[in-house]
Design a protein around this ligand. Structure first.
Ligand code: BG6
Ligand code: BG6
Ligand code: GLC
Ligand code: GLC
Length: 953
């Protein structure tokens, strides 16, 4: 049992390797030293306060306590406690009864201390190996020491105790906020007095240690910043055979007779529960061999547990030790000579010294790890100590300290005895948990604002339905917020479309110029496109420089010409915008080798336009990120034509102007004739659908259908959504380019979701719940959360660390806890958006079902937009909501892979065909009636067919 320094260094090295094994994700399952994360992240900082209950179960004594942690700064802790017995029939009986007993003791304590009316948080010191995934949960891995209650292993002890407390519903109103191991409680107790304390060691009934490990080394827990306390459970060191060379026959015999053979082999060589027994087994062997007591063996020496650690401690006492030994041996019925007493004392010393040596070796390994983690040549640290063996054995502490210092000469270690047990520390952990819980409640309160009940969603659906009808009726249309704009698109492509077309796609995330080649018959479309940037100063007409991070920096914008204006005139911003567009077209034609080509053009213009025909569209007002002046109230086709004229380089035939929803519906309708709805969930939010002509009072005629661009983004602008709008929605609205407008869009679309998130984060930070209460400049920057970031943050596949990295990329210096909250906020905001979309869409499909008098409706919705395409959950939630709110509609969602440019080209193809047919008709009529050629245009304009643009003619 005597271990040389060399052996101790070897054991130390072995334990270092065990720790590494326990910390590794892949190696942990087979590691005997489990290195359990405790979710205790920091040592006390003195700001903890409040009144707490505490249970201390698993050491030699079971205690219930009330702990009062004083006001900030005073570092004053008052405790009242009561010990309760732990009879064997309870700790080795039925698990449920054990927890009921613990709850009974707690109830008794509350009664005695007159605490019945108080709701107090509770910290549970539970001194057994528990696997934790959070602070307030712990699954018992195995009983150790004297405990062996049935049915507890593999279950969460916090839930079991909570359940047991339900029996005392009237007396107990207690929330278990923290589960801590006794080593952790000890470390925290000592750290309250000495901030250098970062290790906790118990040498009592059992033995164990915990220490603060760098998060980056704990592979079992996400996150890499800061530290977390690891409960090593070093008692199990050697359970895989790693210590067989130093285990003796006495260790093996003791193990066989224990409650948990083969387990806790290191603990069985060290701790108080086993030390006396080891001495007994040695004495028995010596007596049997005739080396002691004149060869006599008393029957007492045969009894397991007859020699206890307190006897060993007494026998080793300085001065009185020998007398104590005699007395103890006499009590055991042994007649001991002077030499026997010295020999027995010697046995005790050897056994207890080995214990101290082994502890020292393992502790030295921990200290070395700490020093290496900190990359220090010399470590100054404090170890919090507790446990009866350490406390009552007269030589133990000195021996331990000496050996540790010998093994790690480059560590200055202070050993600090925890006078008040582990409870004070457990109360500190509970105090922090309680603060976290209070903060959590504040966060939940904010998130709850975004949780819509089914009733609320039904309400949204029904209100949307009312608004749709309003927009369609002649009388109510002027005041309608959902504008229900006729598009003059009256049918789906039929596959006969063909030709080469140019298309523009303006208003989504990207501005594109496209060349679309449609081949008839085969329904095959080839597209070539180029993305161009629109500088912010042109888009928003601010004329200001582009700020870093906002919009597209000038350097990234494809080379653009100086704006052409006549001498002495300043170009209006509308001119700037349309001249810029024409410049991009010129670039594109150049790039495609089509310079000078005269092609028909379809213009996807994703803003609300009042149309009087397919090729006329008066911009009602800008939405989303556009605000170029002098455009509202103007015909966008005219503006584009004029810009082309100004450039005077090529001629283009602008045949159609379409909204992106309409383009999307057409793109999808080319593949699926059931597609009668177009939905955009992107930068903006909008929907179009095929409506019965008889319902469209603004357009003459009752036959057939026409596509209506709902412009549902304006839903709620009359205040009808105010019951679900939050302060954050209002803030986003106020900071937008169009305050008071597009309220539904601002609650649902990509451009604004990030802004809502940002507003919530600012508020949570102001409340001290995020980013350490510091609102950074970056967080103040509008538009930092683009849809793509929101989508990335919410991806399930993303580990927390990656979320943190995204936030860091965005300039937000977040902790892992912050990242969790940010992810939750994003989730709440995007879920609400998807649900609101679902409610809106349900209104439309239900209307279509009812209008057609169908019991069930089968309909396809063509969808586009970055939010729908990139967000990991948006499409699913949207679809689920529609199903829930329009159960009689079977809605198929079809993603538009090709964008709305293809749809716009298809519309252009048909429009062009009709245009030519009509021109020929007019010419024929002209001949017949000999009308003057100059009246030709007027005649075409009056032609009623031109107004009722039918794709299927
Ligand atoms: C006490 C702590 O002081 O020491 C307990 O409060 C801990 O939490 C115990 O379990 C360990 O020592 P022993 O000797 O009682 O097992
Ligand atoms: C594109 C369409 O695919 O999606 C555009 O071609 C449309 O017309 C856009 O405006 C909508 O999505 P986002 O996310 O780019 O606004
Ligand atoms: C046992 C337990 C451990 C505890 C130690 C000291 O080893 O498994 O959790 O810390 O005893 O009480
Ligand atoms: C905005 C526009 C609308 C467009 C939608 C999607 O809501 O007003 O016309 O369809 O964004 O891009």
């Amino acid at each position: 049992m005597r271990l040389s320094d060399e052996t101790l260094l070897d054991i130390m090295a072995r334990f270092q390797a065990e720790m590494q094994k326990g910390l590794g994700k892949d190696t942990n399952p087979t590691a005997s030293v489990k290195m359990l994360p405790t979710f205790v992240r920091a040592i006390p900082d003195g700001s903890e306060n409040g009144e707490f209950l505490s249970l201390d179960l698993g050491g030699s004594k079971f205690r219930v306590l009330k702990v009062q942690v004083s006001e900030e700064g005073k570092r004053n802790v008052q405790m009242e406690s009561q010990f309760y017995p732990t009879p064997n029939e309870i700790i080795r009986g039925n698990g449920t009864e054990l927890f009921e007993y613990v709850a009974d003791c707690l109830a008794d304590f509350m009664r005695t201390k007159e605490l019945m009316q108080k709701k107090l948080p509770l910290g549970l010191t539970f001194s057994f190996p528990c696997k934790q995934t959070k602070l307030e949960e712990g699954v018992l891995l195995s009983w150790t020491k004297k405990f062996k209650a049935r049915g507890v292993q593999g279950t969460d002890v916090v839930s079991s105790l909570t359940n047991a407390m339900r029996k005392h519903k009237q007396d107990l109103d207690v929330d278990i906020l923290a589960l801590v191991n006794d080593t952790v409680g000890t470390m925290m107790t000592c750290a309250y007095d000495d901030p250098y304390c970062e290790v906790g060691v118990i040498i009592g009934t059992g033995t164990n240690a915990c220490y603060m490990e760098d998060m980056s080394n704990i592979e079992l827990v996400e996150g890499d910043e800061g530290r977390m306390c690891i409960n090593t459970e070093w008692g199990a060191f050697g359970d895989d055979g790693a210590l067989e060379d130093i285990r003796t026959e006495f260790d093996r015999e003791l193990d066989l007779g224990s409650l948990n053979p083969g387990k806790q082999l290191f603990e069985k060589m060290i701790s108080g529960l086993y030390l006396g027994e080891l001495v007994r087994l040695i004495l028995l062997k010596m007596a049997k061999a005739g080396l002691l007591f004149g060869g006599e063996k008393s029957s007492a020496l045969h009894i397991k547990g007859k020699i206890e650690t307190r006897h060993v401690a007494a026998m080793e006492k300085y001065k009185e030790g020998l007398a104590n030994t005699r007395e103890i041996l006499t009590d055991l019925g042994l007649e001991a000579s002077e030499a026997d007493c010295v020999a027995v004392q010697h046995v005790c010393t050897v056994v207890s010294f080995r214990s101290a040596n082994l502890c020292a070796a393992a502790l030295a390994a921990i200290l070395t790890r700490l020093r290496e983690n900190k990359k220090l040549v010399r470590l100054r640290t404090t170890v919090g100590m507790d446990g009866t063996l350490y406390k009552i054995h007269p030589q133990y502490p000195k021996r331990l300290h000496k050996v540790v210092r010998k093994l790690v000469p480059n560590c200055d270690v202070r050993f600090l005895l925890s006078e008040s047990g582990s409870t004070k520390g457990a109360a500190m952990v509970t105090a922090v948990a309680s603060r976290v819980q209070a903060q959590r409640k504040q966060i939940d309160k904010v998130l709850a604002l975004f949780r819509l009940t089914r009733e609320q969603l039904v309400g949204v659906r029904d209100k949307m339905r009312v608004e749709l009808e309003y927009g369609l009726k002649r009388d109510t249309h002027p005041l309608a917020t959902v504008k229900m704009l006729p598009t003059y698109v009256c049918g789906m492509p039929d596959g006969t479309e063909k030709g080469k077309f140019l298309a523009l796609d303006l208003g989504g995330t990207n501005f594109r110029v496209l060349l679309v080649k449609i081949r008839s018959g085969r329904r095959s479309v080839r597209m070539y496109n180029k993305i161009f940037a629109i500088p912010l100063e042109i888009m928003q007409g601010t004329g200001e420089e582009v700020n870093a991070g906002q919009g597209v920096p000038r350097s990234e914008v494809p080379a653009c010409h100086p704006i052409q204006c006549r001498p002495g005139m300043t170009a209006a911003l509308s001119l700037q915008l349309f001249d810029h567009i024409v410049q991009c077209i010129a670039d594109f034609l150049d790039y495609m080798g089509l310079k000078g080509a005269q092609l028909p053009l379809g213009f996807t213009f994703s803003f609300p336009c009042r149309q009087a025909s397919i090729d006329k569209g008066t911009l009602i007002e800008w939405t989303k990120g556009f605000k170029a002046t002098d455009c509202e109230g103007e015909d966008v086709v005219d503006m584009l034509r004029e810009a082309i004229k100004r450039r005077n380089e090529f001629d283009l035939d602008i045949v159609a102007v379409v909204n992106d929803t309409v383009g999307t519906m057409m793109t999808c309708g080319y593949e699926d004739r059931n597609c009668e709805v177009g939905l955009i969930a992107g930068t903006g939010s909008n929907m179009c659908y095929m409506e019965e002509m008889r319902n469209i009072e603004l357009v003459e005629g009752d036959e057939g259908k026409m596509c209506i661009n709902t412009e549902w983004g304006g839903f709620g602008d009359n205040g009808c959504l105010d019951d679900i709008r939050t302060q954050y929605d209002k803030e986003v609205d106020e900071g937008s380019l169009n305050p008071g407008k597009q309220r539904y869009e601002k609650m649902t679309s990509g451009m604004y979701l990030g802004e809502i998130v940002r507003q919530i984060l600012i508020d949570l930070t102001k409340q001290g719940l995020l980013f350490r209460g510091q609102i950074s400049e970056r967080l103040r920057t509008r538009g930092i959360f683009e849809t793509k970031f929101l989508s990335q943050i919410e991806s399930d596949r993303l580990a927390l660390l990656q979320v943190r990295r995204i936030l860091q990329q965005l300039g937000l210096d977040s902790t892992c806890e912050d990242s969790i909250v940010v992810k939750e906020v994003c989730g709440a905001v995007s879920r609400r958006a998807a649900e609101l979309y679902g409610a809106g869409l349900a209104a439309i499909v239900e209307k279509r079902r009812e209008d057609q008098g169908f019991e069930h409706l089968k309909i396809t919705v063509g969808v586009d937009g970055t939010l729908y395409k990139l967000h990991p959950h948006f499409s699913r939630i949207l679809q689920e909501t529609v199903k829930e709110l329009a159960p009689r509609c079977d809605v198929t969602f079809m993603l538009s892979e090709d964008g709305s440019g293809k749809g716009a080209a298809l519309i252009t193809a048909v429009a062009k065909r009709l245009q030519q047919a009509r021109r020929e008709n007019v010419k024929r009529e002209q001949k017949l009636r000999s009308i003057q050629p100059q009246d030709e245009e007027a005649l075409i304009a009056r032609e009623p067919c031109r107004k009722l643009f039918m794709l299927k003619c």
